[in-house]
Ligand binder design. Structure first.
Ligand SMILES: C[S@@+](CC[C@H](N)C(=O)[O-])C[C@H]1O[C@@H](n2cnc3c(N)ncnc32)[C@H](O)[C@@H]1O
Length: 340
């Protein structure tokens, strides 16, 4: 993982965090101890807002929305453990990446996101819960990124600009279940006013699901217990009862799955490491085809593949692949219609 900082960024950070820069520039001119010339008109100095993205990006710079911490002592105590992992979340964090509180504990670490993106190579991915963009940025292909938080969507766009991938992403502020249902009723070639759908039919190849896991306490199942993120400490990992699919929001995990399978059979489902895998398997055995799919004219039993996401010696999460994303099941890319 590499974190590099540009001179540009350093300047932006100073302007954002150090108001004395503005104060210094509003001082009246004149050498120390001298009276300023009496007849000169005072010209009010209006500081220009300079965001972390620099000049030219003001229209999508989200610097004003959340703090960009640069030192541990700026960070609220409960977020410090996440801040210490900042370059694992975004290797370019120091160039100005932004996260809000939920973003800090829910973003997918960059190396994990890259691994998932590698498996999901196709023309168009729909990231149903894009958050601050951890996965969205890693998907190298055309991406539709949905989130129902305007702040987090703005942060995702801001972060995508830092990685230079903003042109490939269509950011959509929406409640995902409503968005998914509306997709099913739209004709393939003329859906919305987005540049993606204007230039190509709105055909979604893969849906990536990383829904909220019920708050940061998913690992303990107790809403009042101290939080745990994807990069939690060994101490927090002591208690990890089973995560069941009814704990996801905004819909129980099985309903969410069946909803997106009406869009595409190829689904990557990002779930906690303590997920009940029996429930995951039953997602396909309970589908309308009884867990089978048509491949090469033959009815065959559909499989799900579970990938463990490790960082160093720690298991962080599971990605469950369905449809043509499963190794050995690539023929499903050519299957005619989505299953449910
Ligand atoms: C686990 S986070 C996603 C993290 C993301 N993969 C990343 O790496 O940054 C879940 C996201 O789902 C969003 N969300 C929650 N309910 C939603 C809904 N009904 N529709 C769309 N997005 C929703 C939240 O705002 C949050 O950003």
């Amino acid at each position: 993982m590499t974190g590099k900082s540009t001179g540009n960024t350093a300047a932006a950070q100073v302007l954002y965090h150090d108001d004395s820069q503005h104060e210094a520039r509003t001082e009246r001119p004149g050498k120390k101890g001298q009276e300023p010339p009496k007849k000169k008109r005072k010209v009010a100095f209006t500081p220009q807002p300079v965001g972390l993205l620099g000049p030219g990006w003001e229209h999508c710079d989200a610097t004003a929305l959340v703090p960009h911490y640069t030192q541990m002592n700026q960070v609220p105590k409960h977020l410090r453990k996440y801040f210490s992992q900042r370059e694992r979340y975004f290797s370019r964090y120091n160039e100005g990446c932004l996260l809000d509180e939920e973003g800090w504990y829910s973003v997918t670490p960059e190396q994990v996101a890259l691994q998932i993106a590698e498996r999901c190579r196709c023309d168009t991915v729909l990231d149903a819960f894009c958050g601050v963009g951890g996965n969205a940025i890693a998907f190298a292909q055309t991406l539709i990124a949905v989130d129902n938080s305007p702040v987090r969507l703005a942060l995702a766009r801001h972060n995508a600009i830092i990685y230079g991938v903003q042109d490939r992403i269509e950011f959509i502020l929406a409640d995902f279940p409503s968005f998914a249902r509306s997709l099913q009723t739209l004709p393939l070639s003329s859906s919305s006013s987005s540049h993606i759908s204007r230039s190509r039919p709105l055909k979604i190849d893969v849906v990536f699901l990383s829904p909220p896991w019920g708050g940061p306490s998913y690992i303990t199942s107790s809403p009042r217990k101290p939080s745990s993120s994807l990069l939690s400490t060994p101490h927090e990992e002591e208690a990890h009862p089973e995560f069941t699919l009814d704990m996801t929001s905004p819909l129980p995990g099985d309903e969410l799955f069946h909803l997106v399978r009406k869009i595409t059979p190829h689904v990557a489902y990002f779930l906690p490491r303590n997920t009940n895998l029996q429930q995951v398997a039953s997602l396909i055995s309970n589908n309308s085809n009884g867990g089978t799919s048509i491949q090469g004219g033959n009815q065959i039993e559909e499989k799900v593949e579970v990938e463990e996401e490790w960082m160093g010696l720690k298991l962080k999460a599971l990605t469950c692949y369905f449809g043509g994303l499963v190794r050995g099941q690539e023929d499903m890319w050519h299957a005619a219609t989505p299953t449910s």
